[in-house]
Design a protein around this ligand. Structure first.
Ligand SMILES: C[C@H](O)[C@@H](O)[C@@H](O)C(=O)CO
Ligand SMILES: [Mn+2]
Length: 591
């Protein structure tokens, strides 16, 4: 498929200086510019855009000693598609005369901790200005004093710079993009009542809606790349093994029908992707309008029930699009929310933009207490499972990266696509079986993926909920995927839907509130779904949520990992209360 090259927003770096010419400014020019170049090199080395290319930085044409140069820099940033703004300085400069006033750019200031010149005093003055003007900014200030001109970026500073940049880029990349709903509300799931005000005001995104019949029209009228389809169906036959049909004999589809279902779901996959991002090939075929796509960075497919009562389900298209590989090879995953649960699609998008990896979509289905496990299986859970665990499982729509068949340093992992080897992609496919869909639920047939996620992966589950009177809230649970004895897995898994993929999850417990035990984590989960990202990324999610003014109602991230704009501390010393008050006071960024 031919795709236009994406132009990603850049990080703008503003070297701030003491404007006093005649000695002071001149003596600081080089040090200040070097600090900016050094940070740009750090970002370009450490951070990648979702397509795997290095993040790009833009440095102001001159150091900024006052408002004229601040304005010149703002103009340059606008011309150069800057989406995130970082000011750096080794010295005292003039607070409100130099700060970035663009309300839409996430902002941070790094005040160098030297003492020959007071970078930290500027930082304090500039942050006070930001806070007084209602333009929240993150403050970065190293713990240990450095010598003037030292280009080494200490670990604490580096970690804050990178958290800020990752979250800031996520904000900038999603802005102006759309969430595409294919279909409407699935089975009364509130998250699929797509709330345009939330997307517009909080995320700066648009909503696009197409009826599911558009997928059918394109199938019936062959509006998809025929060559790609031939390649896709051949690849699918070779790589996606079909499982046994567990449906009662009288309800089983014929072999002929099953073969047609394979063709149908492969076509659906091409079409849903084309609906999201367009496809120039369609223009060559005479479908110029279809070729544009909907500029979607995330989407959701309603499926249940009207579509799935009638036609093959969306599990295969969703699972393959959500994975980091298909017949075109290893590539970036798409974010496609099952049951059009947009409020799970959004945390999938957050997780993806923060890590560049695929995201697991799952029902948060069952809390298994140690007592219940012992009762039904005879096994008394030990070690990580000792406090019980949560069964994450949905109807076979989950990313195949969720098998845990990729690895990093010998441990199971879910990696950015450019780190995934051919062997690892193949291992994910080999670990997955495609069962004829349970036709009690899915009368229209289709195939559901089945696998068991490997234990031992650090993961973070998150979810947005819309609370009337409050607005959106984010919940976060860091934890691990776990292995349980095979026979116990068998017993627990077969009590549910054995044609669907299973992940056994234990959250990190803190002994307090929603994290006092595993039961309470599930009991406090705000909906039926969770989005699961590889790694402990709760701190980056918190940073991102603060940029979007979405309060975090539940998390188990250690205090020392929380990084929010400096103004948050002016709303009180209790971090949760201050987060709510700050988010309420500022309100959504794009209101
Ligand atoms: C097939 C069923 O309707 C499932 O799709 C259901 O358990 C859910 O996933 C609910 O979120
Ligand atoms: Mn579900």
């Amino acid at each position: 498929m031919k795709e236009a090259k994406e132009e990603y927003p850049r990080i703008g770096i503003r070297p701030i200086i003491d404007g006093r010419l005649g000695g002071v400014r001149e003596s600081l020019e080089e040090t200040t510019m070097n600090m900016a170049r050094n940070v740009a090199a750090l970002f370009e080395r450490e951070l990648k855009y979702p397509d795997g290319t290095p993040v790009q930085c833009v440095i102001a044409d001159s150091t900024i000693g006052g408002v004229k140069e601040a304005a010149d820099c703002a103009k340059k940033f606008e011309r150069e598609n800057v989406g995130v703004s970082l000011s750096v300085t080794p010295c005292w400069c003039y607070g409100t005369e130099t700060i970035d006033m663009n309300p839409h750019l996430p902002k941070a200031i790094w005040g160098f901790n030297g003492t020959e010149r007071p970078g930290a005093v500027y930082l304090a003055a500039a942050l006070a200005g930001h806070n007084q003007k209602g333009l929240p900014a993150f403050g970065i200030y190293g713990k240990d004093v450095q010598d003037v001109g030292d280009l080494y970026v200490p670990e604490d500073v580096k970690s804050k710079l990178l958290s800020f940049a990752r979250a800031g880029l996520a904000v900038a990349i999603m802005r102006g993009k759309s969430y595409l709903s294919i279909g409407s509300v699935s089975m009364g799931i509130a998250g699929s009542i797509v709330d345009a005000d939330f997307f517009q005001n909080y995320l700066g995104m648009r909503n696009e809606y197409v009826d599911s019949t558009e997928v059918l029209r394109r199938i019936e009228h062959n509006i998809f790349d025929q060559e790609e389809y031939a390649k896709a169906i051949a690849w699918t036959k070779e790589n996606c093994k079909e499982g046994e049909d567990f449906n009662p004999a009288e309800k089983q589809s014929t072999r002929e029908q099953k073969d047609q279902d394979w063709e149908f779901v492969v076509k659906m996959t091409l079409i849903i992707r084309d609906l999201m991002i367009g496809n120039e090939k369609l223009a060559e075929m005479g479908f110029g309008e279809e070729a544009f796509g909907h500029n979607a960075i995330a989407s959701g497919f309603q499926g249940q029930r009207q579509w799935t009562d009638f036609l093959p389900n969306g599990d295969f298209p969703e699972a393959i699009l959500n994975s980091s590989f298909d017949w075109n090879g290893i590539r970036a995953p798409f974010m496609v929310a099952t049951e059009n649960d947009s409020l799970n699609g959004v945390p999938m998008l957050f997780g993806h933009l923060l890590t560049n990896t695929a995201q697991i979509f799952a029902d948060v289905r069952t809390y298994w207490s140690p007592e219940a496990v012992e009762r039904v299986s005879g096994w008394k859970p030990t070690d990580q499972a000792a406090n019980g665990f949560i069964h994450l499982i949905n109807s076979g729509s989950c990313t195949l990266d969720g098998t845990g068949q990729q690895s990093r340093d010998g441990q199971p992992a879910m990696k950015p696509f450019w780190e995934i080897s051919e062997e690892e992609a193949q291992a994910c496919l080999n670990a997955t079986t495609w069962y004829p869909a349970n036709n009690g639920y899915f009368r229209g047939g289709g195939y559901s993926s089945k696998f068991l996620t490997k234990g031992g992966m650090p993961v973070t589950m998150s979810r947005i909920n819309l609370i009337k009177g409050q607005g959106p809230v984010l919940q976060i649970a860091e934890g691990y995927t776990i292995d349980i004895p095979e026979n116990v897995h068998q017993i627990l898994d077969e009590r549910t839907d054995r044609t669907w993929p299973t992940t056994w999850f234990v959250p990190k417990l803190t002994g307090q509130g929603a994290f006092r035990d595993v039961y309470s984590v599930m009991a406090n989960w705000g909906s039926n779904h969770g989005s699961i990202s590889y790694g402990h990324v709760g701190s980056d999610l918190i940073t991102l949520a603060s940029m979007l003014r979405i309060p975090v109602c539940m998390h188990n991230v250690e205090d020392e990992r929380i990084f929010r704009p400096s103004a948050w501390s002016a709303f009180g010393m209790d971090p949760e209360g201050s987060d709510y008050r700050a988010c309420q006071t500022y309100g959504p960024v794009y209101k």
